[in-house]
Design a protein around this ligand. Sequence first.
Ligand code: GLY
Ligand code: MN
Ligand code: MN
Length: 446
Amino acid sequence: MVPVTSHEKSMPNDLYIDHVRTRREAAERVLAATGFEALVVDSGRPFRYYADDMDAPHHEGPHFVHWVPLQGPHHLLLVRPDERPLVVRVAPEDYWYEQAPLGSPFWAEELDVREVGTREQAWELVRSALEGAAYVGDAPDEARAHGVAPSGLNPAAMVARLDWDRSFKTPYEVACIEEAQVMAARGHVAAKASFEAGASELEIHQAYVAAVGCVDKELPYESIVALDEKGAILHYTGKRATRGGKVLLIDSGARHLGYCSDITRTWTLPGVDPVFARLVEGMDELQQGLCEAVRPGLGYVELHHKAHLWIGDLLHEVGILGVGGEEAFSKDLTRPFFPHGLGHFLGIQVHDVAGHQSDRSGGVVKAPAEHPFLRTTRTIETDQVFTVEPGIYFIEMLLREHRDGPHAGLLDWALVERMKGCGGVRIEDNLLVTRDGHRNLTRPHV
Ligand code: GLY
Ligand code: MN
Ligand code: MN
């Protein structure tokens, strides 16, 4: 029996055919704009831990994954105008690690595929194209040694254009992200059931990965499984073995053919503080309201600002703040409760590229001073995929300065103390922007 490797997972071939056509047209435009004759893209070198003989789990270079879902280090892709792209797969004969046969993956029909045993042989196969080529990858020293000119090593003008193009997803990419939703949804359903049965963070995490059907290193990021007060640590990755939490904040995704999902849910059990239960319910309503507002032409910064106002209103409604959203924001009283950005682009990377780009040639729009952690300042446009993930947390480090501040009297500190044991609430969905609005990729599944 031929072993099935993950790069053989199925995909409707017509979507991939269109995707490669789009990539080739985009590459031709980028080459013409930057004056290079060819593009060489690397799947990357293994990353070895310092003073060790172990490598980190390999993350293929994102520009490589944009073309082909072939896993592993050392592969090279060569793109030239008017030629079928060439993938050189490096699969050494090896008895330490498995080198599964390539088989007949769906993508191989659209590309020329060669297999070699060493990285050196891979360079040999693309050597004739290296003069005048641009190289994109993590081994510019090797590329230089094999003949790429210094000006062709990760040229900023080219990388900016490739990144810009990555922020508009093709139907193939959307299908991959949707499959990653379906996979993560299985995990979220299992995690919720496990929480409701009284499980620990460790057990909930194990229920999650078992239901997704993967091991931890295949997740797009280390899952955040936070019971009670740990929900206030934004990237909490501990996995405590103690049971019996009343609140679960779980932020966990999945990966399909190199594309990610990034989903957060917050669940409570009967007996949780009713004010916190209202915050969770209100956050869900508020998050769906923000999603409803998503349409082309809106600035993501505007949406983030709206989130602050609505979060202020919710905190006012439950009595934590003595003023509504507008006034609370003007007095900087929403930021301690909502100290991160509303969301970020999503694709091959969880925090996908180009969120601060103003144009394809690499102009930048920084996050505004009042929203320093906002990961996208872009205008919302058709075919973008991003997250919408508002939250409210009870973080002493951020609240402290307000205890003696000029507006201390506008907070109900006793209620804040009561909420601390509940940690926080975040709800996160992944949205595709369509011509007349958006499609929520997550909600149909979770
Ligand atoms: N899971 C990380 C984030 O939501 O950005
Ligand atoms: Mn997340
Ligand atoms: Mn996210």
